[in-house]
Design a binder for this molecule. Structure first.
Ligand SMILES: [Fe+2]
Length: 324
């Protein structure tokens, strides 16, 4: 790992501040809402039509996850907050220059004007700046005013959304889009022996990644989800979460363990609707270097499995949503 081995220095864009909120589709919406409310310690803050909005306790915005009833599980819109109104305009211009045909809408609860487009694989991305901040009520007002709401009494107490990992057919095409249109910075990647990029991790913030793209193993599939991840305060929270999921009959897919790539401490479960959900902790690891070069992992290194030797579970390469 050395910038000397990396590409020519390019000043990074700060136009996208962070991933805001995500819509998940569920064929079992009541059960999915109960999962996020009771086990992920989120608060139901709004409902409209076939959707329920939930808020993670330290998310500064009004909502974190929107659960929408659909015949099949999967991911709907992902919202990304721009750093300023001018940054939003710059990103929209860059998206259009990149050939993305988007449109302005104002159709989402607690968000202002949104520029709605898609990535090259068809995932819907909404860029916005105007947003409503979360205002706690008497039932969840925190003691300290620098916290969005009171620490929940039960559940896993995930603090906020951390990252989204999509599946996509054309990873190099997605990488070009993320860099040219979105202003993202690649921090790590997997390159196979034949030279193809199998997965790429991108940051918009000081976190080591915000969006991840992994090659879809189903030919012809598009717009699919690998997982959505939520941040816990500590590793210990994830161990306790595993016990909680075990007692609650939630399918634990793999972990707790530590990833080699990005070094994230993880636990993966499937929510009742079928979407893969990660609880993660990598809070101390930030990418502060303005000239960070992507760390490349080889096919052989990936085959070693996770950091402490856990082999990557087979369903990691066979389960995505919608299930095909
Ligand atoms: Fe993840």
């Amino acid at each position: 790992m050395s910038q000397a081995d990396g590409p020519e220095f390019v000043e990074r864009s700060r136009d996208i501040a962070h991933v805001g909120s995500v819509e998940l589709f569920s064929p079992l919406p009541q059960e999915t809402v109960a999962f996020f409310r009771d086990l992920m310690s989120m608060k139901v803050v709004h409902s409209a039509d076939d959707s329920t909005y939930l808020h993670a306790w330290d998310d500064y915005e009004r909502w974190t996850i929107k659960v929408t009833a659909r015949a099949q599980a999967g991911v709907g819109r992902t919202y990304l907050r721009a750093a300023s109104p001018a940054a939003l305009e710059r990103r929209v211009a860059a998206m259009q220059d990149h050939g993305v045909s988007g449109r302005w809408v104002q159709d989402e609860w607690a968000l202002g004007r949104i520029w709605l487009g898609t990535d090259p694989d068809g995932h819907e991305l909404g860029l916005y700046f105007d947003t409503e901040w979360y205002s706690p009520g008497d039932d969840d007002r925190p003691s300290l005013k620098n916290q969005a709401s009171r620490l929940p009494l039960g559940g896993t107490r995930v603090r906020r959304l951390d990252h989204v990992n999509y599946l996509a057919a054309d990873i190099p095409g997605v990488c070009t889009f993320l860099e040219a249109a979105m202003g993202g910075r690649m921090t790590e990647r997997i390159v196979m022996d034949d030279g193809t990029t199998a997965a790429a991790w991108y940051t918009f913030s000081d976190k080591s990644y915000d969006l991840v793209y992994t090659g879809d193993w189903v030919a012809g599939a598009s717009g699919r989800l690998h997982h959505v991840a939520f941040a816990t305060d500590t590793r210990e929270d994830i161990l306790r979460a595993a016990d909680l999921f075990l007692d609650s009959g939630v399918h634990i897919e793999t972990g707790p363990h530590k990833h080699a790539i990005q070094q994230t401490f993880f636990l993966y479960v499937w929510e009742p609707g079928g979407n893969r959900i990660e609880l993660c902790n990598a809070a101390a690891r930030l990418v502060l270097a303005p000239d960070w070069a992507p760390v490349t992992w080889t096919q052989q290194e990936r085959a070693k499995g996770q950091a402490w030797g856990l082999k990557t579970i087979g369903t990691f390469h066979t389960h995505g949503t919608p299930v095909i």
